[in-house]
Design a protein around this ligand. Structure first.
Ligand code: URA
Length: 265
């Protein structure tokens, strides 16, 4: 059956759909030996030969979902020009070609979702689904009530207001405090920049949850496979997110809120 080329690449576990579009745009994809740069070309992956970055695109129907406790000192890209360690080196026991969903800074640790399901990756990152991410930030000094309210209500970071956040104080002391913060946006180094904006420097940052999917007792550098129920926890009860899946999706390709459209705001 003919499918859009970027969708085929994402479903084959090459990368997310957005990254697939970039591969196509930059002339790194061929179909039957011809470089394809136009977007939206429909291709039959069973009959046509698709290559991405010079490699044949293989199809594993099995979708896998992994939660890694990323240690500090690893990048979440699949290739690092500076030669720093990459997170997938911690997942060599996973035979499928999985890729990280979104990013976590080199110096941030904690929950990192990886999958070969490009559609799910796109949904987790799509702003309309407003998937919450919860972090524990160790910061210098003791943020005042007014400063914490700024985090909660939204503040200006690089000329743009942040969306409201949930904030919980775990420890407050004059020298150093520990604050739990939940946001649904995914701007680069957002949590660090939010604390910088209120005058407190983040000295340690750990992501502890996506939605209601908790990192729990998973040790740094270790991973676990996620069940359908786990995936449902990512898209927790917020009314803008799809309902928790109760089984295989209609296409039988694993847990799937991904084919549902978000409800209108
Ligand atoms: N916010 C940050 O500042 N860093 C991360 O890695 C994730 C969110």
């Amino acid at each position: 059956m003919d499918e859009r080329l970027q969708k085929i690449l994402a479903q084959a576990g090459i990368c997310s759909r957005r990254a697939a579009e970039e591969l196509i745009r930059t002339g790194q994809v061929t179909v039957d030996g011809r470089v394809v740069t136009e977007m939206g070309l429909k291709v039959d992956p069973k009959r046509q030969k698709i290559m991405a970055k010079g490699q044949p695109v293989g199809f594993s129907e099995k979708k896998v979902y992994v939660l890694l406790n990323k240690p500090e000192g690893f990048v979440t890209t699949l290739h690092d020009p500076q030669g720093r360690p990459i997170v997938t080196s911690l997942l060599q026991k996973v035979p499928e070609r999985i890729f990280p969903v979104g990013r976590l800074d080199f110096d941030t640790k904690g929950a990192l979702l990886l999958t070969n399901d490009g559609d799910l990756a796109q949904q987790v990152q799509h702003p309309r689904f407003e998937v919450n991410k919860t972090y524990v930030a160790r910061v210098t000094g003791k943020p005042s009530a007014a400063e914490l309210r700024q985090l909660e209500e939204g503040l200006e970071v690089e000329g743009r207001l942040t969306a409201p956040a949930q904030v919980k104080v775990r420890k407050a002391a004059a020298k150093e405090s520990v604050i739990e913060i939940t946001i649904h946006e995914g701007r680069k180094r957002q949590v660090r920049k939010m604390f910088t904006a209120i005058g407190h420097h983040v000295t340690e940052l750990t992501r502890i949850a996506y939605g209601n999917l908790q990192l729990g007792s998973l040790k740094p550098g270790k991973f676990r496979f996620l069940s359908q129920a786990d995936i449902g926890r990512i898209f927790h009860k917020d009314k803008k997110t799809p309902p928790v899946p109760s089984g295989k999706s209609a296409k039988g390709r694993g847990p799937g809120p991904r084919n549902k459209k978000p409800q209108a705001k």
